[in-house]
Design a protein around this ligand. Structure first.
Ligand code: PEP
Length: 254
């Protein structure tokens, strides 16, 4: 049986509270119907979470943060703790995004600490993995994904995994306009599912939702989401405009 689709908007460092309000007010009408066959998530920057949470109350759209600290509280300038995300009403948190890995040097071990911290706080991690073009071209795709999955999900239990969403995002397809072909994406997703099976067993592998990310748009979401092992999308650029994000979901759910 196909898993329920899960599509998340990753706004990255875009949209303060005013633009967040504008987007949500435009996006919400009609979202009820779309949410019947797709879990919908919006991930604004930290400062826009409170206004987003208040606008999303009683709506079918869930709220995600884009990062969280691996620490509980204290002298960690610039960081935000899981309980603060709980307090503002975030239900999900994106972890291990390739921009965090590449620009801020986050390692698998560090990401794993965040994943475990999020789970302890009842936040659903959207755990991102993916290879660079260089790694793909030099035949290291499987090795890279294996290391990211085993390192990032180390010490998690089968019960923990029921709360984890995985996002496969080939780095070469993020924000570039170049999308993996449906076949390339399906192949990588099937491999990630095998890795989950090796680490956590067949039931976890069959139940875990794996999003695809990398230049998903209204024009390609249907074909990508139709693949057996693709269960949703993590969307950057095409999620910044309410109409585009709505069309992308509408095309994916048909
Ligand atoms: C992302 O931010 O995770 C992403 C996939 O971005 P884009 O859709 O712009 O490629």
């Amino acid at each position: 049986m196909k898993r329920k689709l899960i599509i998340a908007a990753n706004w990255k460092m875009n949209k303060g509270p005013a633009e967040t309000t504008e987007f949500i007010e435009s996006f919400l009408p009609g979202s009820e119907e779309l949410s019947e066959s797709c879990d919908i998530i919006i991930a604004p920057p930290y400062v826009s979470l409170p206004v987003a949470a208040s606008l999303l109350v009683d709506s079918p759209v869930a709220l995600s943060a884009q990062n969280v600290s691996e620490q509980d509280e204290g002298a960690f300038t610039g960081e935000v703790a899981t309980r603060m995300l709980n307090e503002v009403g975030a239900q999900y948190v994106i972890l291990g995004h390739s921009e965090r890995r590449a620009i801020y040097g986050e390692s698998d071990e560090f990401i794993n600490a965040k994943v475990r911290k999020a789970l302890t706080a009842g936040l659903v991690p959207i755990f991102c993995i993916g290879e660079t073009l260089e790694e793909r071209e030099s035949g290291e795709l499987e090795e890279v994904l294996r290391a990211q999955v085993s390192g990032g999900l180390a010490d998690l239990t089968v019960e923990d995994m029921a709360e984890v969403v995985v996002a496969y995002e080939p780095v070469w397809a993020i924000g570039t306009g170049v999308t993996a072909t449906p076949d390339q994406a399906q192949e990588a997703h099937a491999f990630v599912r095998t890795l989950l099976g090796d680490q956590f067993g067949a039931e976890v592998a069959a139940a875990t939702r794996i999003q695809y990310g990398g230049s998903v748009k209204p024009g390609n979401s249907a074909e990508l989401m139709a693949q057996t092992d693709i269960d949703g999308a993590l969307v950057g650029g095409a999620s910044l405009e309410a109409g585009s994000f709505r069309d992308l979901i509408a095309n994916a759910v048909v």
